[in-house]
Design a binder for this molecule. Structure first.
Ligand SMILES: NC(=O)c1ccc[n+]([C@@H]2O[C@H](COP(=O)([O-])OP(=O)(O)OC[C@H]3O[C@@H](n4cnc5c(N)ncnc54)[C@H](OP(=O)(O)O)[C@@H]3O)[C@@H](O)[C@H]2O)c1
Length: 231
């Protein structure tokens, strides 16, 4: 009995030590990959962009933060145009794109958003393949709902501000956790990161393996939403 207790303590100690070593290794790797690197973050004034700025700053990166100010945006467009050739020339660089689960599956009444995210996914999947031979990396991050001002800032069909905090957004992921996942994607050079719960993950498989069933589920969701809106 005593021997068993001793073996248990030793195993727990060994597991603890392994976990500690893993944590130290991760922190070191993060430092190596991000420390003193120039990181450009667009949409850094709020939500996920703002949290990414905090997390990458804490990891030792040098930040260039961009908002929507027209003059500044033009400068950023010009800077970004120059970035890819300079990355190719240097043979190093990492582009991180924030897509959405709606870049993988489309849900009713989100046609413009979903179409833009599908296009984003496709564009950067192409770019990833094209630039890999130059030593460049592309990560596409596809989160579910995140607790930010996204729905408040969204515009409606006539261009006016939607201005409402949707329940789904309010109950979404913590932007800090998503920002940490972005840092992890850079550290481990993850190509395609899905940050969703079980149901959206299953929906993505359903869309691929049994599209007819997926379309039925979405059509019934559309009907339900329409009814709710009309009430
Ligand atoms: N929140 C979610 O549920 C969720 C889920 C999945 C994916 N995402 C994605 O996460 C990313 C960040 O969104 P967020 O949730 O952090 O929303 P947010 O809080 O509304 O932040 C959006 C950011 O984008 C900038 N921005 C907005 N319109 C722009 C434009 N036309 N041109 C340039 N910059 C613009 C805003 O800056 P200024 O207004 O200062 O210019 C702001 O910094 C987006 O790509 C979104 O699609 C969000």
């Amino acid at each position: 009995m005593e021997r068993l207790g001793c073996v248990g303590q030793l195993t727990a100690g060994a597991i603890g030590l392994l976990l500690l070593l893993r944590l130290i290794q991760r922190a070191r790797r993060r430092k190596q990959v991000v420390q003193d690197k120039v990181v450009v973050i667009t949409g850094a004034s709020s939500g996920l962009g703002k949290e990414c700025a905090r997390v990458f700053h804490a990891a030792g990166a040098r930040l260039i933060l961009c908002g929507r100010d027209q003059k500044r945006l033009q400068e950023v467009v010009e800077e970004l145009r120059a970035i890819l050739p300079s990355m190719v020339e240097r043979g190093s660089g990492h582009i991180v794109v924030i897509s959405s689960v709606q870049g993988k599956i489309s849900i009713p009444y989100r046609s413009a958003y979903s179409a833009s995210k599908h296009a984003t996914q496709a564009f950067f999947d192409c770019l990833r393949a094209e630039v890999e031979r130059f030593g460049l990396h592309v990560s596409v991050i596809s989160p579910g709902y995140i607790r930010t001002n996204l729905s408040r800032n969204a515009v409606t069909g006539d261009g006016s501000r939607y201005g409402v905090m949707d329940k789904t957004t309010a109950e979404g992921l913590d932007p800090v956790d998503v920002a940490i996942s972005v840092l992890k994607a850079v550290t481990y050079r993850e190509k395609d990161v899905l940050l969703v719960g079980l149901i959206p993950a299953l929906a993505i498989y359903l869309r691929t393996l049994w599209p007819a069933a997926f379309f039925k589920v979405m059509a019934s969701r559309a009907k339900k939403e329409k009814k709710i809106k009309e009430q």
